[in-house]
Design a protein around this ligand. Structure first.
Ligand SMILES: Cc1cc2nc3c(=O)[nH]c(=O)nc-3n(C[C@H](O)[C@H](O)[C@H](O)COP(=O)(O)OP(=O)(O)OC[C@H]3O[C@@H](n4cnc5c(N)ncnc54)[C@H](O)[C@@H]3O)c2cc1C
Length: 306
């Protein structure tokens, strides 16, 4: 029986673990991946607006982030696959057959990229599906590519790809782009980028590699095919809350609802970071919520022990 079991070792989970450790609690962190950091390794541009620390990308940020954790004394299990979670009894069953139990559970499983769920999206991973405009630019230099989505991430990636690609077509479902003005203003002078508003991608086509994308424009009778060598999908994120579904209160997008102390609708179960923060998902808010939950847990457990 641990004092605290933290699921997820992104900024929120690690901040919660550091604070719990410092406040004298026995903590176990379980993480699905082989390394800590959550979304950080997938940030290929500079880290913005984290007070006091500048980094050219997520990997560089992760170095400072990991340095602090090496000095702490909490247990971390990586490459752990959860089979089932029972939040009421605070038990977590692992695929390995092990069963974990704690007095308090902290859910810090973050978010994942939303998928389009169209034919070709999974089949062409590594064969023309672009993971990141910043990282994969070299591979698509001189080629025609398509970016699906209309938010910050889609337009930022389109701008990055336009520096090296022959053409970039942005396929945006809404009437106009939702990206911040700083990005959309740059589109006006960028002759390499074409935006199709009120259009959806319906299929990604090809034999061995991506060769085309099928697009349905609003009002058009039939979809049309556009030849491209690469497709990048950025249509937002969704919370990694599937394991907890039906056990606690969630909003209509499956984000976990919490109090201002980051406690969920189940007593002694807390949710921190992006999984409970659809409005302002940032590294600093994730770390801040982890710290808040840890302090609330410590004061609760320590007052029970007095
Ligand atoms: C491209 C990009 C750029 C960004 N740029 C910035 C920026 O400049 N500044 C900024 O402040 N923020 C930025 N962010 C946002 C920031 O990275 C997130 O807000 C932050 O990582 C959220 O931390 P988290 O711990 O809540 O979740 P995550 O970072 O998502 O971590 C969740 C962790 O939980 C693990 N997990 C999930 N499911 C399970 C499971 N079932 N079992 C065990 N472990 C599990 C995951 O593997 C992951 O390690 C950016 C994000 C992206 C994608």
């Amino acid at each position: 029986m641990h004092d605290v079991l933290i699921i997820g070792a992104g900024p929120a989970g690690v901040a919660a673990a550091l604070w719990c450790d410092q406040l004298g609690l026995d903590v176990l962190v379980i993480e699905r991946r082989s390394e800590i950091g959550g979304q950080l390794p997938s940030i290929y541009g500079p880290i913005e607006n984290y007070p006091g620390l500048r980094a050219k990308d997520g990997q560089e940020f992760l170095k400072s982030f990991s340095a602090g954790t090496n000095e702490a004394d909490f247990d971390l299990w990586t490459e752990v696959e959860i089979a089932k979670v029972d939040l009421k009894t605070k038990r977590v069953f692992l695929e390995s057959g092990e069963e974990l139990q704690a007095i308090c559970i902290v859910l810090a499983t973050g978010v994942r990229r939303r998928r389009l769920d169209i034919p070709g999206e999974l089949e062409f991973i590594g064969k023309g599906i672009i993971e990141s405009g910043a990282r994969d630019r070299e591979i698509f230099t001189g080629k025609d590519v398509c970016v699906i989505g209309g938010g910050d991430a889609a337009v930022e990636n389109a701008l990055l790809l336009s520096q090296v690609c022959a053409t970039v077509t942005v396929v945006n479902r809404s009437r106009k782009l939702r990206a911040r003005r700083e990005f959309t203003e740059q589109l006006g002078t960028n002759h390499c980028i074409t935006v199709f508003n009120e259009a959806v991608a319906t299929r990604i086509l090809g034999s061995a590699d991506v060769e085309a994308v099928e697009i349905q424009r609003k009002g058009a009778i039939k979809p049309f095919q556009m030849a491209v060598k690469g497709v990048l999908v950025r249509i937002g994120v969704e919370p990694n809350s599937d394991f907890f579904s039906g056990q606690l209160e969630m909003d209509d997008q499956n984000y976990i609802v919490v109090t201002n102390q980051h406690e969920t609708s189940v007593a002694n179960v807390f949710a921190v970071g992006d999984i409970s923060n659809p409005l302002a998902p940032t590294i600093s808010s994730a770390a801040g919520s982890g710290a808040t939950a840890a302090k609330v847990i410590a004061s609760r457990l320590n007052s029970n022990r007095r």
